[in-house]
Design a protein around this ligand. Structure first.
Ligand code: SF4
Length: 76
């Protein structure tokens, strides 16, 4: 299981995660912050749990390029 978390309120809207992993992230037209696709929200943290392990590398790339360091990736 691949678990990706986004602490969305700290997003600075740089778009790097979308460039690295468009399968996982989009920019919101409303507030200019990143959206983690198919995620659910709890206390400001957006989480996506998926068995699509082929997305692991993309998720790791997004995590590495995020200047705000608000993307976290875990594999269980
Ligand atoms: S890379 Fe980080 S700061 Fe930049 S848009 Fe994505 S989540 Fe926001």
């Amino acid at each position: 299981m691949l678990i990706i978390t986004l602490q969305r309120k700290k997003c600075i809207g740089c778009n790097y995660c979308v460039e690295s992993a468009p399968e996982l992230f989009r920019m919101s037209q409303k507030d200019g912050k990143a959206v983690l696709l198919k995620s659910y929200e709890k206390k400001g943290f957006f989480t996506l749990k998926t068995k699509a392990m082929h997305l692991t590398e993309k998720a790791m790339q997004a995590k590495e390029v995020c200047p705000a360091k608000i993307i976290h990736v875990k594999i269980i």
